[in-house]
Design a protein around this ligand. Structure first.
Ligand code: PLP
Length: 410
């Protein structure tokens, strides 16, 4: 008899996106003329940069010629891409990395989901709340955080609430935790940590031999000066942090798939007797057994992101989305709502108006303005009372949506 991994039955994903689709579909059926604008999407809409397409196409052609054909690539990724990553994403920040510390992959979702495999099943895990669901669900599947209690919280998961009350800055836990997932700029709240605030986490991790799993998928959206672009800008972080980056949100690779993970050589985990082991070696071991790399044309395409033309084009796209974000921020503020994020990220986190919970505000926007957002409660218990809008729609639709909101009354 094939017995299943019962941990999968513990996942209480509330199927938030399915529920949103259902409500939107019903509304559209009942109101066929309603011009619904989707601002819940966490996916980019602008096409790949031309600089990327040119190199991508050339690389595809190379695959069709015996002289230039490429089979399996190096497990960590091609050096032509890794060299560009280090030179462009880290050296300008004063960070030195060796090629062996970079692992090119097909997505930050897979990497942030898979990384827990190399840690013990009894490890304590802390996540900010609200949170990107991947971190939580991958640990549930592994049997690390038990079933969900009646209060909607997983038994063994340490929640770090990020709310209006604490300015969306997670408080350092009073108890030692082993693994800490931090995502900055944050999805879903759109908020950031300053260098000083992030440094406290590095200090905590160093004191407790914990490891910080730092998701920097939205790094390209940072506009302000004192916001760290990489956790390795913080002194001492190399010994305690793994960083995840992605070409999805900066260069539009959500459907193309390319990302990378940084695992410094100094980073150690411990066996049950307290002996240190290189996390870089373990991750390399895991990848060589379970992963055969990202396709050659896609790695060539990703390397073109770093060409001068590629950099200019991704800057234009980010600026485009950030213009939407600032329009959303201004309109919602003028309308009298309390809003967060949208300054260093494409996400705007709205406090629901007095007396409405996340779903009620969702229905209000859908019914009254034909705008679809994402109820904050779908990202964790502390997301209740909030709703997320994204800046990923077109400028035209964003303006239209905000114009509708300005005509509403609460
Ligand atoms: C979109 C996103 C990613 C990127 O995932 P990919 O698999 O690289 O497309 C990673 N982390 C967060 C929090 C995200 O929102």
């Amino acid at each position: 008899m094939a017995v299943i991994n019962e941990n999968y039955l513990l996942i209480k994903s509330n199927y938030i996106f399915a529920e949103i689709d259902q409500r939107v579909e019903k509304y559209q059926n009942d109101n066929p003329d309603a011009d619904i604008i989707r601002m819940g999407i966490g996916d980019v809409t602008r096409p790949l940069p031309q600089a990327v397409i040119e190199k991508f196409t050339e690389a595809v052609k190379e695959m069709g010629e015996a002289e230039t054909f490429q089979g399996y690539g190096p497990y960590r990724g091609y050096d032509f891409l890794i060299d560009e990553i280090i030179k462009n994403d880290f050296n300008p920040l004063g960070i030195e990395l060796s090629n062996e510390e970079i692992f090119v992959s097909d997505g930050a979702k897979c990497d942030t989901g898979n990384i827990q495999e190399i840690f013990d099943v009894t490890s304590t895990v802390a996540v900010t709340d609200p949170v990107y669901p991947v971190y939580v669900e991958s640990n549930v599947m592994a049997g690390r955080i038990g079933p969900m209690g009646d209060d909607g919280r997983y038994d063994k998961l340490v929640y770090l609430p990020c709310t209006e009350e604490n300015g969306f800055v997670p408080e350092i836990p009073k108890i030692p935790v082993d693994l800490i997932y931090l995502c900055y700029p944050n999805n879903p709240t759109g908020t950031v940590l300053t260098k000083e605030q992030l440094a406290k986490w590095v200090e905590y991790a160093r004191e407790n031999n914990s490891i910080i799993l730092f998701d920097a998928a939205y790094e390209a959206y940072i506009q302000e000066d004192d916001i760290p672009r990489s956790i390795y800008e913080i002194e001492g972080a190399r010994e305690v942090a793994i960083e995840f980056r992605s070409f999805s949100k900066n260069a539009g690779f959500t459907g193309t798939r390319c990302a990378y993970t940084v695992v410094p050589q100094e980073l150690m985990g411990y066996d049950s007797e307290g002996n240190p082991h290189s996390i870089n070696n373990l991750w390399y071991r895991r990848q060589t057994s379970k992963f055969n790399g990202v396709s050659y044309p896609i790695q060539v395409a990703a390397s073109a992101v770093y060409s001068p033309k590629g950099q200019e084009e991704i800057r234009e796209s980010v600026d485009y989305y950030m213009k939407n974000a600032s329009i959303i921020r201004k309109s919602l503020k003028d309308f009298g709502l309390s809003i967060y994020g949208g300054v260093n990220s494409p996400y705007i986190w709205i406090k629901t108006p007095e007396g409405m919970d996340s779903w009620q505000f969702f229905d209000f926007l859908l019914n009254e303005a034909h705008i679809v957002g994402t109820p904050g409660v779908g990202f964790g218990p502390s997301g209740e009372g909030y709703l997320r809008l994204t800046a990923f729609n077109t400028l035209e639709n964003t303006k239209k949506a905000m114009d509708r909101i300005s005509k509403l009354s609460l």
